[in-house]
Design a protein around this ligand. Structure first.
Ligand SMILES: Nc1ncnc2c1ncn2[C@@H]1O[C@H](COP(=O)(O)OP(=O)(O)O)[C@@H](O)[C@H]1O
Ligand SMILES: [Mg+2]
Length: 232
């Protein structure tokens, strides 16, 4: 099923055209990598998909609903419950602990259930037990990133948008994050759209889109056909 469909999306900042007619569909349970040179518009596109940045033209549909036709309250609720976002610069709240940052989106979600169990699971899986009471300023880049990822997952969203989520992680932690994404995609049908330069993520993603010159092109490699040797 297409979870997200974007059609003819245009976005400019002042006179600069950033997105110049982007069309794409993204399916349930898949990991999509989004590449492109710095400044090409990857973060802008993620912001549009998340409903945070209104395009000048074009539509973004989430499970058949045009998100920019909704009122602000409905769109905010949709974002809170259905769309997790891992910001490139983390955007953690500085005067509450890592634990409180992770739980925060669940506190404003009246439909959230089993929050404490969920948060325990994320802390364990992302190996955050040792730092959970600390404030963001005292965390390393990798720790902040894992807290930001846990926060994006707390409400069990159907879609997770991640802006260079492994950029600050060492290889072992990067691999772990990717395998968590993979498990959630396979087991719970979560769609991941990941802006990244990470070769492993690009290689193992289900789809690969490349943003450049205002366009977003499907760059998924065509599987190489294996020619079986004729057996006699
Ligand atoms: N709010 C903004 N106002 C003006 N220009 C912006 C704004 N956000 C992004 N840009 C510009 O749009 C271009 C694309 O930015 P971005 O989407 O962040 O690229 P990427 O994530 O691919 O590096 C950049 O040149 C950036 O400077
Ligand atoms: Mg960016």
């Amino acid at each position: 099923m297409h979870v997200i469909e974007i059609a003819s999306v245009h976005k400019r900042f002042g006179a600069r055209v950033i997105l110049d007619g982007v069309d794409a569909v993204f399916d349930e349970g898949s990991i999509v990598s989004l590449t492109g040179p710095s400044g090409s518009g990857k973060t802008t596109l993620l912001g549009v998909i998340a409903g945070m940045l209104k395009p000048d033209r074009g539509t973004v549909t989430y499970k058949g609903r045009n998100i920019f036709r909704m009122g602000d309250l409905r769109r905010s609720r949709l974002r809170n419950r259905e769309i997790g976002y891992v910001f490139q610069s983390f955007n953690l709240i500085s005067d509450i602990s890592a634990y409180q940052n992770i739980v925060y989106p669940a506190l404003i979600n009246r439909t959230a259930r089993d929050i404490s169990q969920r948060v325990r699971h994320l802390i364990e899986y992302l190996d955050l037990g040792g730092i959970i009471r600390q404030y963001p300023a005292s965390l390393s880049g990798g720790e902040k990133q894992r807290v930001a990822i846990a926060r994006a997952m707390i409400n069990r969203p159907s879609v997770i948008l991640a802006d260079e989520p492994t950029g600050n992680l060492d290889e072992a932690n990067g691999t772990k994050i990717f395998s968590l994404f993979r498990d959630l995609a396979r087991e719970q049908g979560v769609l991941f759209i990941v802006a990244t330069h990470d070769k492993n993520i690009i290689q193992y993603s289900d789809r690969h889109f490349h943003v450049e010159n205002g366009r977003c092109a499907d760059a998924t490699p065509v599987p190489v056909k294996r020619h079986r040797k004729a057996t006699s």
